[in-house]
Design a binder for this molecule. Structure first.
Ligand code: FES
Length: 167
């Protein structure tokens, strides 16, 4: 049997999960888990993969897109290799979290929710990272940096391969 259109865009474990969902009583209840599998694997949900899921699950593309848009943990753009989360909660903000964010934006030429052009960094803001005693706080991947000052930012980024383009 020739593969259904869209199968080529999805890995075998996702195809298997879709197949299982189709055999279940409520296939649509598996949709979030299936989208999470795709995002874990590729870091984001591409238009092509959303189309493929819709086609294979035999549901409208708009419905799959609608579910994905509803949950903030899904993203439709590729994220940079290293995820930078800047705390903008009250404790961090009053101690200069906003200035740390400004410095990151300046160095990486991005706004929160964007990846740097070289694909190395993804920048986002958070409300409270649960480490207020260390304010201001940023997290890069799993590593927590406390008492961060704007002047520290460039040095921290170099640990992850950042190189200033022009000095
Ligand atoms: S406000 Fe930043 S860690 Fe709590």
């Amino acid at each position: 049997m020739p593969p259904a259109t869209g199968e080529a865009d999805l890995p075998p474990d996702v195809l298997e999960a879709i197949e299982k969902s189709r055999l279940s009583e409520r296939p649509r209840s598996h949709l979030i888990a299936i989208l999470q599998m795709i995002q874990r694997r590729y870091g984001y949900l591409s238009r092509e993969r959303i189309d493929a899921v819709a086609q294979l699950m035999q549901v409208p593309t708009a419905m799959v897109s609608g579910v994905a848009s509803f949950y903030h943990f899904f993203t439709f753009i590729p994220k940079g290799k290293h995820q930078i989360t800047v705390c903008m909660g009250t404790a961090c903000y009053v101690k200069g979290g906003g200035l740390v964010m400004d410095r990151l934006k300046e160095l990486l030429h991005v706004e929160p929710g964007q990846s740097s052009a070289d694909g190395l960094f993804y920048l986002e803001a958070a409300r409270c990272l649960g480490a207020c005693a260390l304010a201001p706080v940023i997290i890069i991947d799993e590593k927590v940096y406390g008492n961060v000052q704007p002047d520290d930012v460039e040095k921290i980024l170099t640990e992850y391969g950042y190189a200033a383009k022009s000095k």
